[in-house]
Design a binder for this molecule. Structure first.
Ligand code: PMP
Length: 386
C-alpha cells in the first residue's frame, strides 16, 4: 500500500517530537527518571475521586474548571479571571505559543536579533517581523519549548545559561546580543530544569521588566524551592506564571496545570482552548488537593530532606552534585561516563534520566524518591564503584 505520508504537512514530517521519560514495566524497578512525587495523593483526594466515579461520568465536566479556578484565586490572592486551568501545564504552554506568537513562514531560527530585524535590500521593510514570531528560552531548560516553537512554525531563540546554570543579568544579555528583548514569547523554567538551580524573584523581576513580549515563568517545581515569583504575574501585565499539580501535588496521572496572569492574556487563552480541556476527575482531585494542603507541605519537607541527604551521600561517592531547589538533582558521576552509569544503574533496577544534550550530557538527572529509594540508589552506586 502506498504510504499516505505525502498528505502530511512538511513541517510535521520534519518535526522532532518531545522525548518522554521511559515508562518501563520492570518488576521492582526504582523509578527516578520523570520527577514524579514518590508520595501518593492524600487520602481525602483519593476519597473525593472515588466518590465521583458513578453515573455522572456521562456528563461533561465544568468547561472552565470554575470551582477550581475560584479556589486557586483565593489561594493566590487574585480573581478567577486571572486563572486558566489546562490538561497539565504542557497544554497551556502550547496554547501560549498559539495565542501569542505569529507563525513565521520562512524559518530563520538561527538568526541573531540584529539579523532578524535587518532591512530588506530596498532598505524599507523589515525582512520579517521576527520578534513577533520568536519563541525564546534559555538552554538548558525544559526541552518542550523548542518543540512547541517548531510545531507552530515559529522562530526559536535559545540563549545559553551561564556555565553554573545561573541566569545572565539584563546587562549581560544586552552585551551578548543573542537575547531578544522583543521576543513575542519567552519561557523561563524557574527553578531550572534539568539543573535544579533556583532563581531569585529579584533577578526574575529585572528580566521581566526588560521584556516587551509575554514572559511565562514556568514554576513546575517551585514548591520545592525557597522563593516563588507569583507576585510578578500580578505585578506585570505581560507576565504569566505556570504551575502544575503534577509534581508537588502527586497528580501527574490526572493532568492538571494552570496559569496565573493578566485577565486579557488569560481570556485569549480561554478563546483557543478545547471546550472541555480539563477532565472532571482531574478537577475534583485538584479541588480536594487544595483542601488538604498541610499534607502536601509535609511531603515537600520530606522530599527536600531526602534531596539534601542524597546530595551529601552522592558527593561522598565522588559525584559532583549541583545545588537543587527542585525534586530532582543533576549530578556528574565519577569514573565512568553518565551514559554508562545510566545503563549500569538500570541493571541494578534503578532508573534515572540522562540527556544526550550539550552541557548536561556528563550528568544524570535523578528524581528524589522515598528515603529508602535514595538509599538503594546510593548502595547501587557504591557497588558500581567497588
Ligand atoms: N514545566 C516543566 C519545567 C516540566 O518539567 C514539566 C513536566 N515535564 C511541565 C512543565 C509539564 O507538567 P504537566 O504538563 O504535567 O503539568
Amino acid at each position: 500500500m502506498k504510504s499516505p505520508k505525502y498528505l502530511i504537512r512538511p513541517l510535521v514530517c520534519e518535526l522532532h517530537p518531545y522525548v518522554y521519560g521511559e515508562q518501563p514495566k520492570i518488576k521492582g524497578l526504582i523509578k527516578l527518571n520523570t520527577n514524579e512525587n514518590p508520595y501518593p495523593p492524600s487520602s481525602k483526594v483519593l476519597a473525593a475521586v472515588k466518590a465521583a466515579v458513578d453515573g455522572r461520568l456521562r456528563l461533561y465536566p465544568n468547561p472552565t474548571a470554575q470551582v477550581l479556578r475560584e479556589k486557586l484565586a483565593k489561594l493566590h490572592g487574585c480573581h478567577a479571571d486571572n486563572i486558566i486551568v489546562g490538561n497539565g501545564s504542557d497544554e497551556l504552554l502550547a496554547l501560549a505559543t498559539r495565542a501569542f506568537v505569529e507563525p513565521s513562514v520562512g524559518q530563520a531560527s538561527s538568526l541573531s536579533p540584529s539579523q532578524q530585524t535587518k532591512k530588506s535590500e530596498t532598505g524599507k521593510m523589515p525582512v520579517l517581523r521576527f520578534s513577533a514570531s520568536t519563541v525564546q528560552y534559555f538552554t538548558p531548560s525544559y526541552s518542550l519549548y523548542p518543540v512547541l516553537a517548531d510545531i507552530h512554525g515559529a522562530a526559536r531563540n535559545a540563549m545559553p545559561l551561564r556555565s553554573d546554570f545561573s541566569l545572565p543579568g539584563v546587562a549581560e544579555l544586552k552585551r551578548g546580543r543573542i537575547w531578544n528583548f522583543r521576543a513575542a514569547l519567552t519561557f523561563v523554567t524557574t527553578p531550572n530544569a534539568p539543573s535544579g538551580r533556583g532563581y531569585s524573584t529579584r533577578e526574575l523581576d529585572a528580566l521581566c521588566k526588560a521584556q516587551r513580549g509575554v514572559v511565562v515563568l514556568d514554576e513546575a517545581y517551585v514548591d520545592f524551592a525557597e522563593e516563588n515569583a507569583l507576585k510578578l504575574a500580578l505585578k506585570y501585565p505581560h507576565v504569566v506564571v505556570a504551575r502544575t499539580f503534577s509534581k508537588a501535588y502527586s497528580l501527574c496521572f490526572q493532568r492538571v496545570g494552570y496559569f496565573v496572569g493578566h485577565r486579557d492574556l488569560i481570556a485569549a487563552l480561554h478563546k483557543i482552548r478545547d471546550s472541555y480541556n480539563v477532565n472532571g476527575l482531574g478537577q475534583i482531585a485538584a479541588e480536594a488537593t487544595l483542601d488538604d494542603l498541610p499534607y502536601y507541605r509535609a511531603n515537600f519537607k520530606k522530599v527536600i530532606a531526602t534531596r539534601e541527604w542524597l546530595s551529601r551521600e552522592l558527593t561522598k561517592l565522588g559525584f559532583r552534585v549541583l545545588p537543587s531547589r527542585t525534586n530532582f538533582i543533576l549530578a556528574r558521576p565519577p569514573r565512568f561516563s553518565a551514559q554508562v552509569w545510566l545503563q549500569s544503574l538500570r541493571g541494578q533496577k534503578v532508573l534515572v534520566r540522562w540527556f544526550d544534550r550539550p552541557k548536561v550530557k556528563d550528568y544524570l538527572r535523578i528524581t528524589i524518591g522515598m528515603a529508602a529509594e535514595a538509599k538503594a540508589l546510593v548502595s547501587a552506586g557504591r557497588k558500581l564503584l567497588w
